[in-house]
Design a protein around this ligand. Structure first.
Ligand code: GLN
Length: 536
C-alpha cells in the first residue's frame, strides 16, 4: 500500500479567490506527472449537503455517480482530472456533526462530554483520511472552504494543525491562497492583507508552506521577497496567480510559476517527470482559435447567477472546442419570456437550451421557448426540467391537451404528463430523497442520441423527483415524439426527441455533470454541431 501525502488548501483575505480552480490545476499537473491524485472539499456550513440550497446561495448543486449532492467545486475537479468523485470528496459541517451526534446517541462516547475538540476534530480528521486510506492515491488535496478567520472554519484549521503534526512535514503541507490587491490611487500592490491572514493562520498553529497569490498585476521579485520574509516562507514558495483568460489556462500558469515543483519537493516526491499536457494544450488551442461562432439561448430562472449553471456552460465550452466553435451564451430569464417578448428574445438564436430547475416560477416561459424552438426548427436541448417542459409543450400544443402539466406545478391537472413515481409519493423528507446518481439507459438505434453517443447502453446522472408519465407514451409516440432512451430497470422514459426536427432532444438526466476537458460530452458536442449547421 502506498503512503498517501496530503496537501491542504486554505483561503485568506476574501472568498471567491478560486481555491477550487487552484486545487484542480495543481491536481492536474501532479496527475499528468504520473501521480494518482484526488481532491476533497470541506464546506463549513451546517447543511448536510448543498442539495437543499437555493442555487442563488452557492451556485449549482453538483451530483456524483454515487448520488451525492455536492459543492460545484467537485465539478471542476472532475472536469480537470477526468476521474469521478464521490460522496467522500465533499464533507460539510452538518455531516460531521450528524455523525458525532449519531455516535453519541448510540452510546459510543458513554460517560464522556462530547466536545468540538477532540470529537468534532477527530471526525474531521477521519473524513480527510478516508480517501487516503483507500490506498488508491499518492496525493489527496483537501480544500478547506471559507476564509481563514471565520468562526466556522476554526475546527477545520485545528484538524489540519493536528494532522500536520501527526503526519510529519514530508507527508502533509499547507498552501494558503490569498489576494494581493492593487490600489489604483497609490499605483501599488499591497501585501498587508496577506500578512494579516497568514498571521491569523499562525495564531491557530498552522504556518503555510506555500503562498499562492491572486493578483491583477505581476508580482516583482522585491514584492515576493517581502511576502516571503513577513509570511515565513521561502521566496520560491511565493507563487503568483495572475488573472487568466480562462480557468483552463491556470494549470499552465501554475506550472510556469513552479507550483507543482515546490509541492513535490516539499513532499519529497520525484520531480523528474514533467507533466504531459499535450491533450490539454490541444483543447486550449481549439478553444482559443474557433473558426465559427454560434449563439445559444440558455433559458433558466437563476440566470442572474451564472454559477447556477456552471456545468452546463463548461460543457458548452468543451463541446465548442471540439467543433472549433465559439459558443456565446445568451442568458434569458424564463420569467421574462412572455408572448410580447418571445420573438425579440429568441429570434436569431442558433440553439435553445432549457435548463433544469424546481418549482413553478418561470415555467410558462420555458414552455414558450420549447414551442418556439420546435416550430422554428431551431436546435433544442432540454435538460431535466427542460425535458419535462418539452413533454408538456408537446402535450398541450400537439396532442391538444390544453391543461397538460407536471404535478409539481399543478397537482390538480387533468393531464399529468409528468408526475411522481409511486415510491416518491411516500417521501416527506427533503434532503437526499430525489432520484439521484447514475442510472443506466437503453437507447434506440434509430435516434439522434444514439448517433451522438455511438452506444446503445449509457449511464447518466439524475437529480429529480418527477418523471414522464407512461400512460401518455402511446399518444405521444403516435404524434411523433420518440422516446429514444428508456431506463431498462424501471421502464421510465429518460430521453425524448423529435425525429422530424433538425435536433430536438430532451433528457431527464444531467449530461452536463459528465463533460470534461478530455472527454467532452457527446450530446453537448452533437448539440453544438447542430447549432453550427443551423447557422449554415
Ligand atoms: N423539478 C423537476 C423534478 O424534480 C426537475 C428537476 C431538475 O431539473 N433537476 O423532477
Amino acid at each position: 500500500m502506498r503512503t498517501t501525502k496530503y496537501v491542504f488548501v486554505t483561503g485568506g483575505v476574501t472568498s471567491s479567490l478560486g481555491k477550487g480552480i487552484i486545487a484542480a490545476s495543481l491536481a492536474k499537473l501532479l496527475q499528468e506527472r504520473g501521480y494518482s491524485v484526488t481532491i476533497q472539499k470541506l464546506d463549513p456550513y451546517i447543511n448536510i449537503d448543498p442539495g437543499t440550497l437555493n442555487p442563488y446561495e452557492h451556485g449549482e448543486c453538483y451530483v456524483t455517480d454515487d448520488g451525492a449532492e455536492t459543492d460545484l467545486d467537485l465539478g471542476h475537479y472532475e472536469r480537470f482530472l477526468n476521474i469521478p468523485t464521490s460522496q467522500a470528496n465533499n464533507v460539510t459541517t452538518g455531516r460531521i456533526y450528524q455523525s458525532v451526534i449519531d455516535k453519541e446517541r448510540k452510546g459510543e462516547f458513554l460517560g464522556k462530554t462530547v466536545q468540538v475538540i477532540p470529537h468534532i476534530t477527530d471526525e474531521i480528521k477521519r473524513r480527510i483520511q478516508i480517501l487516503g486510506n483507500t490506498g488508491e492515491y499518492d496525493i489527496v488535496i483537501t480544500e478547506i472552504g471559507g476564509t481563514v478567520g471565520d468562526i466556522e472554519s476554526l475546527p477545520y484549521v485545528e484538524s489540519v494543525r493536528q494532522l500536520l503534526w501527526e503526519l510529519g512535514e514530508e507527508n502533509a503541507i499547507v498552501i494558503h491562497l490569498t489576494l494581493i490587491p492593487f490600489l489604483a490611487a497609490a499605483g501599488e500592490l499591497k501585501t498587508k492583507p496577506t500578512q494579516h491572514s497568514v498571521k491569523m493562520l499562525m495564531q491557530s498553529g498552522v504556518s503555510p508552506d506555500i503562498l499562492v497569490c491572486r493578483t491583477e498585476h505581476e508580482l516583482d521579485d522585491k514584492l515576493k521577497a517581502k511576502l516571503a520574509l513577513f509570511c515565513n516562507v521561502k521566496k520560491e514558495d511565493v507563487i503568483e496567480s495572475i488573472d487568466a483568460d480562462t480557468i483552463y489556462d491556470v494549470p499552465l500558469l501554475m506550472h510556469e510559476e513552479g507550483l507543482d515543483h515546490v509541492v513535490l519537493s516539499k513532499l519529497k516526491l520525484s520531480t523528474e517527470k514533467q507533466p504531459e499536457l499535450s491533450k490539454w494544450n490541444h483543447f486550449l488551442k481549439q478553444h482559443k482559435n474557433p473558426c465559427h461562432e454560434v449563439e445559444i439561448g440558455l433559458i433558466g430562472k437563476y440566470v442572474e447567477l451564472h454559477d447556477s449553471y456552471k456545468s452546463i456552460t463548461e460543457a458548452l465550452i468543451h463541446a465548442g472546442a471540439v467543433n472549433e466553435v465559439k459558443v456565446n451564451v445568451k442568458w434569458i430569464h424564463s420569467e421574462e419570456l412572455i408572448p410580447e417578448t418571445i420573438e425579440n428574445e429568441l429570434s436569431g438564436l442558433h440553439g435553445i437550451l432549457v435548463a433544469p430547475g424546481f418549482g413553478d416560477r418561470g415555467i410558462e416561459g420555458k414552455i414558450k421557448a420549447v414551442q418556439y424552438a420546435r416550430e422554428n426548427n431551431i436546435p433544442f436541448f432540454g435538460i431535466c426540467l427542460g425535458m419535462q417542459m418539452a413533454v408538456i409543450e408537446f402535450a398541450r400544443n400537439v396532442l391538444n391537451l390544453k391543461d397538460a402539466n407536471s404535478t409539481e406545478m399543478d397537482s390538480n391537472t387533468s393531464n399529468p404528463v409528468i408526475g411522481l413515481m409511486e415510491e416518491q409519493k411516500e417521501i416527506t423528507k427533503k434532503g437526499g430523497t430525489m432520484r439521484l446518481g447514475a442510472w443506466e439507459c437503453q437507447l434506440q438505434e434509430n435516434s439522434n442520441v444514439f448517433k451522438a453517443y455511438k452506444a446503445l447502453k449509457i449511464s447518466e446522472r439524475h437529480r429529480h423527483r418527477y418523471e414522464f408519465n407512461n400512460s401518455y407514451l402511446e399518444q405521444m409516440t403516435e404524434k411523433g415524439l420518440q422516446a429514444s432512451g428508456i431506463n431498462p430497470k424501471t421502464g421510465l422514459v429518460e430521453v425524448v426527441e423529435l425525429p422530424n426536427h433538425p435536433w430536438f432532444v430532451g433528457v431527464q438526466y444531467h449530461p452536463e455533470y459528465k463533460s470534461t476537458v478530455l472527454n467532452p460530452h457527446p450530446l453537448f458536442v452533437d448539440f453544438v454541431k447542430a447549432t453550427l449547421n443551423y447557422t449554415q
